[in-house]
Design a protein. Sequence first.
Length: 199
Amino acid sequence: METNGHYFDEEPISTQLEGAVQLSLPDFSATFVTASNVFSWKKLDTGTKFLLLNVPKPEAPPKNVLDLGCGYGPIAAVMEHRFPGAKVWGIDVNRRAIELAKRNTRSEETVICAPDEVPEDIAFDLIWSNPPIRIGKENLKMVLTRWLGRLHLSGVAYLVINKNLGADSIQKWLENESWETSRLKSLKGYRLLEVKHHV
């Protein structure tokens, strides 16, 4: 059964259908509560799992980490597990996603909220994201500009984007915007991009 609406709607108005999605990684496994009108609510997105399997271990333990566009929270949950000393932030515009991510994360140090609720003085050591491509390229550029701008000078972001949804053009745009951007890995059309400040 399909429902009307989009995962990037702030307040989904369709009937909420609940589901469950399993995640199994070498170092972490969990079952997440999901719901309709939240991104990839019936099955874990291939790009998200690709990111979680291939994202490099940071050189130093991070203090503040961000799941940008958290959905129901699988990336934030893995961040909690891998960085127990860090404060994990998960942000989304979709209120239904926010409530689900709160249910699917465990640490008292984790904050799941709307983007405007993140204090302006917070800078991030690490950002992981399967960004909301379907909001449109120009809107996506605004989102990336805003949150990449919150990286510490030594911070790094990892983005997973499908080639068919504009990964290569986004990489070129980031480079033109003076971000040091490299493609770490590709699989089945997905690109894992590493984004840093130019030193």
